[in-house]
Design a protein around this ligand. Structure first.
Ligand code: HEM
Length: 463
């Protein structure tokens, strides 16, 4: 019997569009109803908004891949994130996006990931030291530590320095403020009712964004100027790769402001998502002690007591599968929003130009007709022939098509490493009476945290 984590119970029937919007204000997961998990396509119509939710695999492929040009990214998401991300790759479209993608892709090639591994390991070692300093068997909200370690990893891989010191702490804190308030801007924007955004929230989001960008500029400026002066540099990090990148058509490099946009975006995309998934992975492992013991054993067999190596990450298949199954049940990017560039038809329905088309991994990856035991935590399904078709057509935690996540391999590498180190040294145990409540914010988070107790295992060194 596999563990089935709790999530908002879908309502029996579809609510009116207005009621749906008000239930979605706390979390869009609250607006879902039973048929959302069975349907091929759903629709919401409000004044100024036509929204189509597509679940059917062939249609998802058409929107995300085959006709990606006809369904560019919706500008609605970009609006809420603009003060922080400016014109970053996450929100741009067309030629501007293609140029950014071409220039940024080399930073995520396998060779670069190999170089990033020791930086990831050093950040994970610091995480283990922080955990070891806490009383054994104590209760923690694991989201706090998962946010810290993933922010530290992205900071080190961008700048080659650990996230320490006053400025780094200020960036971290300002990001936390931005992440807390951004969802309150996001949903009214997607529903086309921006007037519902509290001016106070909009102001707080702009303040946090301004502070983050100011601090990032302070870190980027000296290296940008040194490169322009032709001074040699020892760095093999993401910032270096971005600064050296040339537009294939014009031969131009990124301007200073464009660099700040891309770095701010990477910092957000690179840790908010991974932190969310790792937190849910800890929750699932704590409730599936049999899986946890098998994964612990596997890690011990492969890594013993020595420092983790890059090659180990491929050898610990169950740990990787735990993470992949977590991404199925709790996809950090719960939905992706596109816009119809011109009038078209979806499942024979006429769709007007400008309509919003949503692809939701949260629904597709729990779809009743596409998965066996859709709500069950079963990492072994990734080794199982019977799941091959489900995985091929209904598993897309990193998106699909030309806009697929650029950091997918990066995220898998860091998450496997962090989970392996945690599993080797600690036994994760659920706290009686505490049930995390998934909510759709910037990513899928728990409204009441994820509280666990961590028990050190006998005779296992911290390494
Ligand atoms: C578990 C962790 C992660 C998940 C689940 C995830 C998921 C996604 C998804 C679903 C998209 C596509 C969004 C869309 O099509 O609308 C995306 C885009 C992107 N992600 Fe990730 N991501 C993760 C980690 C990372 C990391 C660690 C990085 C960088 C270090 C990163 C960088 C990006 C970038 C740059 C894009 C934009 C690509 C483009 O539009 O061309 N992501 N991510």
């Amino acid at each position: 019997m596999h563990f089935c984590p709790a999530y908002p119970k879908p309502r029996k029937h579809k609510a009116s569009a207005l009621l749906m919007f008000f239930s979605a204000r706390r979390s869009w997961l609250d607006a879902l109803y039973e048929r959302s998990y069975r349907m091929q396509m759903g629709e919401v119509h409000l004044p100024g908004l036509d929204l189509y939710m597509v679940n059917e695999p062939a249609l998802v492929k058409r929107v995300m891949n085959e006709e990606a040009g006809q369904f560019p990214k919706s500008p609605l998401l970009g609006e809420a994130l603009q003060p922080l991300l400016g014109e970053s790759i996450f929100t741009t479209n067309g030629e501007q996006w293609q140029r950014q993608r071409d220039m940024m892709e080399p930073a995520f090639a396998q060779a670069r990931l190999n170089v990033a591994f020791p930086l990831m390991r050093a950040a994970t070692q610091d995480m283990m030291a922080r955990l070891d300093a806490l009383p054994d068997g104590g209760e923690h909200d694991v989201e706090v530590e998962m946010t810290h370690v993933t922010a530290d990893i992205i900071f080190r891989t961008i700048f080659s320095v650990p996230m320490e010191g006053a400025d780094a702490r200020r960036i971290f804190e300002a990001f936390a403020r931005f992440q807390a308030v951004a969802p309150r801007l996001l949903l009214p924007s997607v529903y086309g009712v921006r007037w519902l955004v509290w001016p106070w929230d909009a102001w707080r989001s702009r303040q946090a964004a301004r502070e983050i960008r100011g601090l990032l500029e302070g870190l980027i400026r000296p290296r940008f100027d040194a490169l322009r002066r032709g001074e040699a540099t020892q760095h093999a990090d993401i910032l270096q790769s971005f600064m050296e990148a040339k537009d294939p058509a014009s031969g131009n490099a990124f301007s200073f402001d464009e660099l700040v946009d891309q770095v701010a975006m990477l910092f957000l995309a690179g840790h908010e998502t991974s932190a969310s998934a790792l937190t849910w992975a800890c929750h699932l492992l704590a409730h599936a002690p049999e899986v946890q013991e098998r994964a612990h054993h596997e890690v011990e067999q492969v890594m013993g007591e020595r420092a983790p190596e890059l090659a180990d990450m491929k050898a610990i298949a169950l740990t990787r599968n735990v993470f992949r199954e977590t991404l199925r049940l709790f996809p950090p990017v719960g939905f992706m929003a596109r816009q119809a560039a011109s009038a078209c038809t979806l499942r024979k329905k006429p769709v007007r130009e400008g309509a919003t088309v949503v692809v939701a991994p949260w629904l597709i990856q729990r779809h009743r007709d596409l998965w066996a035991e859709p709500d069950a935590f079963n990492p072994d399904r990734f080794e199982n022939d019977a799941s091959r078709e489900s995985l091929r057509q209904a598993y897309l935690p990193f998106g699909m098509g030309p806009r697929v996540c650029m950091g997918a391999a990066f995220a898998l590498q860091e998450a496997t490493l962090i989970l392996a180190c945690l599993l080797r040294r600690y036994r994760l145990q659920a706290v009686a009476g505490h049930e995390p409540q998934p909510v759709g914010r910037l990513t899928i988070r728990s409204a009441n945290g994820v509280r666990l107790t961590l028990h050190r295992r006998e005779g296992v060194a911290a390494w």
